[in-house]
Design a protein around this ligand. Sequence first.
Ligand code: AMP
Ligand code: ZN
Length: 133
Amino acid sequence: MADHCIFCKIANGEIPSATLYEDEDFRVILDLNPAALGHALILPKAHAANLFELPDETAAKALVLAKRISGKLKDGLNADGLNVVQNNGEAAGQTVFHFHMHLIPRYEGDTVNVKWKPGTLTDADKEKILNLF
Ligand code: AMP
Ligand code: ZN
């Protein structure tokens, strides 16, 4: 657990939260400032600042859990869709530096915005990126 990390304190029950699910590795809570009805956060109990620091085993379990909780939210709230959002780094919109996954139920005509302006994949960019792998 990291000092001064609010999500460590919430995940480990030191700070109360609206908890939808808990097991030995994770706590799933409602976001205090939801983008839409049912906006939930998956928090690992062990501190990792972001995806890059997350142990493989936790990463694998997180997606299975996201699938399970998302299905319950979507069905139970009669949502039309659901976004899984996960921000890493300030430039990517991360504001709490303890890994978390957003589950955001979507409703036709809602005000949630997770869109971007599509660009163009140039040959030079493609080459540069393919050469990384
Ligand atoms: P991100 O911008 O990806 O780091 O997301 C942080 C999220 O945490 C935001 O959606 C906040 O509304 C939410 N949040 C921050 N503090 C709390 C809290 N104490 N309880 C529940 N959600 C929180
Ligand atoms: Zn933490």
